[in-house]
Ligand binder design. Sequence first.
Ligand SMILES: NC(=O)C1=CN([C@@H]2O[C@H](COP(=O)(O)OP(=O)(O)OC[C@H]3O[C@@H](n4cnc5c(N)ncnc54)[C@H](O)[C@@H]3O)[C@@H](O)[C@H]2O)C=CC1
Ligand SMILES: CC/C=C\CC(=O)/C=C/C=C\C=C\C=C\[C@@H](O)[C@@H](O)C/C=C\CCC(=O)O
Length: 226
Amino acid sequence: MGEVCVADIDSEQGEATVGELQARHGPDKVTFFTCDVTKDEHFKGAWDAAEEKLGPINLLINNAGIGNEQEWHKTVEVNLGGCMRGTLLALDRMGTNKGGAGGVVVNIASIVGLKANPFGPVYSATKHAIVGLTRSLGSDFHLKVSGVKVQALCPSLVKTELLANAMKKAFSPEVAKAMGQFASGLGNMTADNVADALLKLVTEGTNGGCLVVEAEKDPYYVPAPI
Ligand SMILES: NC(=O)C1=CN([C@@H]2O[C@H](COP(=O)(O)OP(=O)(O)OC[C@H]3O[C@@H](n4cnc5c(N)ncnc54)[C@H](O)[C@@H]3O)[C@@H](O)[C@H]2O)C=CC1
Ligand SMILES: CC/C=C\CC(=O)/C=C/C=C\C=C\C=C\[C@@H](O)[C@@H](O)C/C=C\CCC(=O)O
């Protein structure tokens, strides 16, 4: 395994996760930095600290996300703002046109970045925007300029904290009532299924590609409609 830096706003959970990974892969292989992806100075600080400790970064996974329909500014700022901030920073630091060695960015979007989600309209809008950002910067033009591939992973539902929190912060009482039943009909995909698809994207992904991962299906690309 290469060296990995985990950065998250939740330092308690982040340190615990990194502790588990260090026990498995070695203390020098994984490190944690606290980072709020809505803040430029946090993102840049975490990037610099990670490079100082682990060496040059060649892969960024923009994973932070929330499903809070009641505070839509916050959802836009974390989901879209985080991916935008991260992708632009990665181009600035890894771009061959900026003195870097090139690399890969993976934005964690969602299947509802490619289709509607009546149970989370704001969340769905942020994920559609992430897909647009990814397809635009993932064009041949930008790859030639920067040597950085930009791709998106679009998972279907996994029952994580995100879903539990989203149910508490649902769009309306009607949605809150309908959401649980809808979610339970979506199959049992696990975080490991998503991780396998992510690995495929990182190692053999197509620039600008949006790879969908759903329960009981092989991952598949969804091309832009026009
Ligand atoms: N769970 C699901 O069904 C799906 C999740 N996704 C996406 O996958 C990603 C990960 O989600 P999950 O693991 O499901 O949720 P999660 O709630 O377990 O993890 C989200 C992580 O983002 C962190 N975070 C939240 N705000 C942050 C901020 N301002 N700065 C830094 N970190 C912040 C949280 O502390 C947490 O560790 C998200 O982008 C989510 O939208 C995509 C498709 C399906
Ligand atoms: C904030 C919620 C947490 C996670 C969302 C996420 O990232 C993944 C969602 C996974 C699946 C969503 C599927 C959405 C399907 C819709 O396009 C429709 O097929 C739903 C159909 C009917 C809904 C009821 C209606 O419109 O009348």
